[in-house]
Design a protein around this ligand. Structure first.
Ligand code: SF4
Length: 371
């Protein structure tokens, strides 16, 4: 094993750290060799053109040696393998509020992992140093599923979050870990773009407790240009998460010039309200210049507040803004009497006036998973 750190690998390691990595005691960085972190892929199908992956709507069809669009699946000796199994490039303990999940075990910690790879190519990706690359190009931990669960317990976490890059693309690793976590009484959280086919998603919903799904835009054209994906599969995923009893929250990142059109925001909120997502918390998140959209300004706070107002007018009950320090729109209001039931300061819970999921003042039910 060669543990020598070159200038290049040091820079890569720093980039991974900025995307959420934390050196865990006893889990040192690995050497370059990644072949021990392969596993035969789930949902693969032989076709006349090659092996097809049926996990997400990209439907990669790969020939021998070809790498998938998400950069972490490969055909080896006529079988599709995931190259992202047990080798996260990020491992960290986060407040659950950071996902963001505001109605799920507030004030608890989530053991958070990610491998390299993503099935979309968002121009605004905050974690592009790990999402737009493959596991052989990141510095990784050796953390097999049983070790993830034991580390979570040792660090006092109530949940494991599959996050930072795109967990759909490290499906097998996330699924196997989630099964073990569930057996150990640890909850599972998916922070995802929702770009997944119904069959693998339904299987996953059997072991996932909560999800925060990015709804990046509300037109097919914007979705394609901004992220390289399609809107409809994400809407289908939202329904599946909700119908299968997974606690769901939605994030809409408002990117100036791309997704700040108030008519489109109104259309999106109207669709959510009409389609049974009125009680699903929505987070309008502030964009900061990054990756291929560095030239854009941060989202004005007024734009976020306007979006929140539209959402409430359209009938959404729990509306938040994100990445806006000091905003009252990060607090939870009782849908019955309007009083503040959870006060947040950044990711910290400053006050919690809920009693068994009910408003401490008027007794109305506040939707969520509170214990
Ligand atoms: S999960 Fe990856 S390999 Fe599978 S279809 Fe999507 S992009 Fe392709």
């Amino acid at each position: 094993m060669n543990h020598k750190i070159t200038k290049r690998s040091f820079i890569r390691r720093c980039a991974a750290l900025s995307a959420g990595a934390l050196c865990l005691p006893g889990t040192g960085f690995l050497a370059e060799e990644q072949s021990g972190f392969r596993k035969e892929a789930m949902f693969q199908e032989e076709t006349a053109r090659g092996i097809m992956c049926r996990i997400c709507p990209n439907e990669c069809v790969l020939k021998e040696g070809e790498l998938s669009k998400c950069n972490n699946r490969k055909v080896i000796r006529s079988k599709l393998y995931t190259l992202a199994y047990g080798n996260p490039c990020s491992a960290n303990v986060d407040p659950v509020e950071k996902k963001p999940l505001y109605h799920f075990l507030p004030g608890t910690r989530a053991f958070s992992i990610a491998t390299a790879g993503c099935n979309l190519v968002c121009l605004n990706c905050q974690n592009w140093t790990i999402s737009q690359t493959s596991p052989d190009k990141t510095r990784n931990y050796n953390l097999m599923p049983d070790k993830v669960v034991s580390e979570s317990i040792a660090k006092g976490c109530k949940s494991i979050a599959y996050t930072y890059s795109e967990p759909v693309t490290f499906y097998e690793y996330a699924y196997d870990t989630a099964v073990l976590a569930k057996q150990a009484g640890i909850r599972n959280i998916f922070k995802s773009n929702g770009y997944i086919y119904p069959e693998p998603l339904k299987k996953l919903c059997g072991v996932i407790d909560a999800a925060n799904i990015d709804l990046k835009a509300f037109s097919e054209g914007t979705y394609l240009r901004l992220s390289g994906g399609k809107l409809q599969p994400v809407l289908d995923s939202l329904r599946i998460y909700r119908d299968m009893g997974v606690w769901l929250e939605i994030t809409n990142l408002i990117v100036p010039k791309w997704t700040d059109n108030t008519d489109e925001i109104k259309k999106m909120c109207g669709w959510l309200a009409e389609n049974g997502f009125g009680k699903v918390p929505i987070h309008f998140s502030r964009f900061h210049p990054t990756y291929k959209l560095e030239q854009l300004p941060p989202t004005p706070v007024d734009t976020l507040n306007k979006a929140a107002q539209i959402a409430r007018e359209e009938g959404l009950l729990y509306v938040y803004t994100g990445n806006v320090p000091g905003s009252e729109l990060s607090d939870t209001k009782c849908p019955g009497c309007g009083s503040t039931v959870v006060v947040r300061q950044g990711y910290r819970i400053a006050a919690n006036n809920l009693a068994e999921g009910k408003c401490g003042k008027c007794g109305s039910k506040v939707d969520g998973v509170w214990s």
